[in-house]
Design a protein around this ligand. Structure first.
Ligand code: CS2
Length: 491
């Protein structure tokens, strides 16, 4: 049976379905960047809220800004915004739930005006974002707004023809201001440290160039709460689609799989109201800094550590890395010896418990999170997740061998594009070509990869680091059977 509103009644005796009346939903949140993560995390929380409370005005309108969002748009249109969330527990238990909180979906490339109008509507109170690190339009070497981007130049010249998130946000805020409506909150849900502050800096940089008066209004009136978001959400596979069909006679074209763990820590700073999510486990705190740092430096960096070494070794998924003792110990060694000393203690958090729990989460055999998802966009991830830990350890004379090994492995991975058995690795990275070009020079110039300053800053000038890096490069290039060198690092 196809998944859509009409069939919900028939489906509800075999799978958990929304109990709220979807016809009376109104959208208070517009979310830009609907992918697997948004659907396993924020849309799930809102679904729980709608199940529990009379909060019909907080449903979500999804927005896709790019042509690449068309598949999601088509599926959600066909399925009336409905999709199945499949929660896979480590012990094999599975929970399936049809989520109904996405009430509407707009594709900007088809109808830009509809998106501006939706954002500018008085009923829109929050605009949330999962646009990935790359979507923020940082100039990687300076961290400032990249005005060279041709789409940005286009929208600066033609404010009525937005293309990026910045053009849409400012066009809508301008309209709200002209109509005397209060602005929406801009809530980043991306894995970026100080994600709210980063979004604010970028929006203001753009707005100042486009319309300084509007920029002052935004500066005063719009809030940009920082948040830490967490739920491992692998890429949806055909097996899951088949499983729903076989077990439930349910045809869902794009279900989402996730782990049972879920966390959302948000600064309670909303300019135009917010849903009452605190009763559903969302933590509202005055300052998310310690939580986000802990998550990014341990979970996300830990993932990259396993992903890059796992890809070279030939492990297909994160859980298969975790079943390999060398990889598990290496990842834990990195966390214990290099990250924990930097983090220090965080009030209310038992760090050892947090790391033990990460081991269980990464090892969940039913999640099957591919190393290629983890390695994708490493050029945006490592400079935020792992390199700062290395730099801080250099400053404090701490251990650097684990992180250094990962950078040497990343160079090899970018250069060779095959695993130790000669099988091609799938590289998905906006900087793939540049990484490859830089890494290729390694044979004659061992530090060439590090000379990409936008990624590594001036690490190539630090003697303690470069000596070790060169030694590790020599080993990995000599024999890509990296497992034995990981054991050396472990000592
Ligand atoms: C992963 C994250 O993309 C990555 O490298 O580390 O997507 C991770 O699964 C999520 O942040 C978990 O909350």
């Amino acid at each position: 049976m196809e998944l859509n509103q009409k069939n919900l009644d028939n489906l509800s005796n075999r799978i958990s379905c929304p109990e709220y009346d979807r016809k009376s939903l109104a959208t208070g949140i517009v979310h830009i960047g609907v992918g697997g993560f948004h659907r396993s995390h924020q849309a799930y929380y809102i679904h729980l809220l709608l199940q529990k409370d009379d909060a019909d005005n907080w449903a979500i309108c999804g927005v896709g800004l790019r042509e690449g969002d068309r598949n999601m748009y088509n599926v959600l249109k066909e399925q009336d915004g409905l999709y199945t969330l499949v929660t896979q527990h480590p012990n094999g238990d599975i929970e399936n739930e049809i989520i109904g909180s996405i009430a509407e979906f707009l594709l900007a490339v088809d109808d830009p005006q509809a998106v501006i109008d939706k954002l500018a509507s008085e009923t829109t109170k929050i605009v949330s974002l999962t646009i990935t690190e790359g979507g923020y339009n940082f100039n990687p070497s300076t961290g400032e707004f990249d005005f060279e981007n041709p789409d940005i130049q286009h929208e600066l010249r033609n404010p009525n023809e937005p293309k990026t998130v910045y053009g849409y946000l400012t066009a809508a805020l301008k309209k709200r201001r002209a109509n005397g409506f209060p602005p929406f909150t801009i809530m980043s849900c991306d894995n970026i440290q100080h994600n709210g502050a980063a979004a604010r800096k970028m929006v203001l940089a753009f707005a100042k160039k486009q319309d300084p008066q509007l920029a002052s209004w935004i500066e005063k009136e719009v809030s940009f709460p920082n948040s830490m978001v967490d739920r491992i959400t692998p890429v949806t596979t055909k097996e899951i689609i088949d499983y729903l069909k076989n077990e439930y006679d349910l045809q869902d074209k794009w279900p989402v799989v996730c782990e049972p763990f879920i966390q959302w820590v948000v600064e309670d700073n909303f300019s135009n109201g917010r849903p009452q999510l605190e009763n559903l486990g969302v933590q509202f705190v005055p300052d998310v800094t310690p939580y986000e740092k802990m998550k990014i430096r341990l979970l996300n960096a830990g993932h990259s550590v396993l992903g890059i070494t796992g890809a070279i070794h030939g492990h297909p998924t994160i859980d298969s890395c975790m079943r390999d003792e060398t990889f598990r110990k290496f990842m834990r060694g990195f966390m214990d010896k290099e990250v924990t000393p930097i983090l220090g203690s965080i009030e209310g958090i038992d760090m050892e418990d947090y790391k033990d729990n990460l081991e269980i989460r990464f090892g969940n055999p039913n999640i099957k999170d591919s190393v290629s998802r983890i390695c994708s966009e490493s050029s945006a991830k490592l400079p935020k997740f792992l390199i700062p830990t290395l730099i801080e350890n250099l400053e404090q004379d701490g251990s650097i061998k684990f992180a250094t090994f990962i950078l040497a492995a990343w160079c090899y991975y970018s250069d060779k594009r095959i695993n130790k058995d000669g099988r091609p690795t799938e590289i998905i990275d906006a900087m793939a070509v540049q990484l490859h070009e830089a890494a290729r020079k390694t044979a004659t110039e061992p530090l060439a990869f590090l000379e990409q300053e936008s990624l590594f800053g001036n690490l190539s000038k630090n003697k303690r680091f470069t000596e070790l890096y060169k030694e590790m490069i020599g080993k990995i290039y000599g024999d890509p059977n990296i497992k034995k060198y990981m054991q050396d690092v472990l000592g």
